[in-house]
Design a protein around this ligand. Sequence first.
Ligand code: NAP
Length: 684
Amino acid sequence: MAAEKSSRFVILYASQTGNAEWIAKNIHQEASERGFVNECHVMEELDKFDLSKENVLILVTSNTGDGDPPDNATKFFRFLRKIKSKTFFSHLKFTILGLGDTNYTNFNNTAKRLERRMIELGAATFYNKGLADDAMGLETTVDPWIANLWPELAKVCVQKGKDDNKQDENIIESVKTISINDKAEMSLSMETLNGQSVDKKMSIENGNKIILDLSELAKVEQFTALPRIPNVVCKIIKLNEKKNINSSTLPSLINTPTPIVNARLDAVRCLTHPEALKRTIHLELDIKDYREKLEFIPGDSFGIIAPNNEKLCLGILKTLGIDENEANQEISVESVEGTELPSHLRNAKSTSIMELLRYGVDLISLPRKALLRLLAEYATNEEEKKTLLFLCSKQGVVQFIHLREQVPTLLDLLITFPSCKPPLERFLDVLPSHQPRYYSIANSPFVNRDLLHFAFNIVDYKTPDPYNVRKYGVCTPWLDNLSGYVEERNKRVPLTTEINIPIFMKPNPNGFAVPSDISTPIIMIGPGTGVAPFVGFIQHREQQIIAEQKLNNIEKTFGEMWLFYGCRDIEKDYLYREELERFSNHGILKELLVAVSRASNAGLNGNPKYVQDLLRKRGQEIYELLDQKNAMIFVCGDAQGMAKDVNDALADILVEYGKIQKSDALKILIQWMSDKRYLRDLWS
Ligand code: NAP
């Protein structure tokens, strides 16, 4: 006899950047429309749900850092850890959707851990978990996973007024060409954050038309697997036409884990030669007014709240026909009845359209299919509508990939499909949240606790052939502009004008810090800007040594410090060379090893190209440090290739000198990670 179905189910999500929240809320909404009684909550709000009374559960979670749970999953994990009974969840059937990225070693670790723990506690799965990969586009997994969820859910949960036969929209006509309007150009003076005038003659951005090959569209008779039209959630309420909101104070839209403060830009130094492949800038922020609030140690990082590019915001306003005056008037964002605002818009109670564009929503990350579907709903031109539906359908998947390769901004989409003019509030339903940008602190408070140093590459690149469109990041070009585009290499330029940067500290839960036991040897691996926290580590250690010397504590032994660093051209992008060589000459650094990847002999005849080659080369000594002296390993930098390759090199060293199998070596490294002896701060 079939088991009795549950009358309802609950969805719990944990989200770092808003994607998991968005997907969970969409499942919630669609499930309701399909006749399932259900609730949707963020995992940390433990008082909002009671799993002892639920029989069916859907978990949606993303990952952060190196496969760690999002911040708002911490309480739920703690709750699961405390449960002792192995039958605690024996009444519960569940499934899980994980959002991860294969560029990181611990792909979808949070979803896997959650699944393991739920099963340990007696729960059974009713539908196979989905593990979406951002490297491939989350939708590739998420959309079919959700489509196949419904019949499985119906087996365990009652579905009232069954509406299972929802048809995908069919469009039969063909599309020939799309006509695009000419672009208009304007020039105006403007102010940006804190009233700092930057680039007085800043023009409105024109956007770039997206190049699409629509030859396949003519052959398509039916569009299938279309995403749902996004739910109507947000509405804009006009509050006061006379009151202008113009970012003159701290940005208040973004939720941050610690309070935001305005740190004064104190000095700038360009770390690279003008001909270097990437331009790298070192900045110093004065934080002496916030000594109590902003305590830090090397290894910590902090967030910067940078506005979206002003030209881009103005371009969007113009394209949507919103005049600047209206854009600055006080408004509030509310949810329509029966819905809940996305958490990133919860603070939008006294704001303006301009504020929302600057700080509320992401205008430049890869568009979701749901955005294209939304635009299609508002297209008054039939050809544009068909093209948009094609792009988000199964039939248009190749063109959707080509569209993403062009990294279109919201403005690029609006000028490519000029008949689409949704009201701004509809964009709020579908655009991801604007994110703070995080940087590692590159100095020690033992040297100067009133300053925060950090370094970054200016994000400025071209999309691949045949598009070749120049693209910029949000925060780094903004900082470069504010600090005056300094060209001269390695000259510290004090900044005398009052320029404030909104920042907040990011708690560092992973122990990525100089060990408190000063006798522990430290192996640091950080190519490119990944070296930044290690400059702080070494400064810190130098000050510890000086302090001990002052106390005449000569018998104190300090663990060796080894730094593996990588750059492309020793003359052009060896970052912090002066400092690192001084540390090495003074013996603070026992070994300073530099791999120069574009040197003419790099990678030839056994010459190292990358940090991992240097590690292998010094494998015997590394092994001894690890095996006999309990050394700690720190890796910082690019998650996409370097971190994996370094992990592999470390495993090979354990295999070669420890005479063990590779699989055992990999297990040891995982164990060291959980023991916080092997720590990684990775960025994609
Ligand atoms: P990068 O300039 O792109 O590269 C530095 C060196 O690493 C180059 O010589 C490069 O060589 C080499 N490299 C390329 N692939 C590698 C691989 N698989 N293994 C080892 N080395 C490899 O570095 P970056 O742009 O500074 O990036 C470092 C990363 O650190 C970024 O993801 C950045 O976001 C992150 N990060 C930033 C901060 C910060 O506070 N700003 C702090 C920590 C980390 P080729 O190009 O010649 O192949």
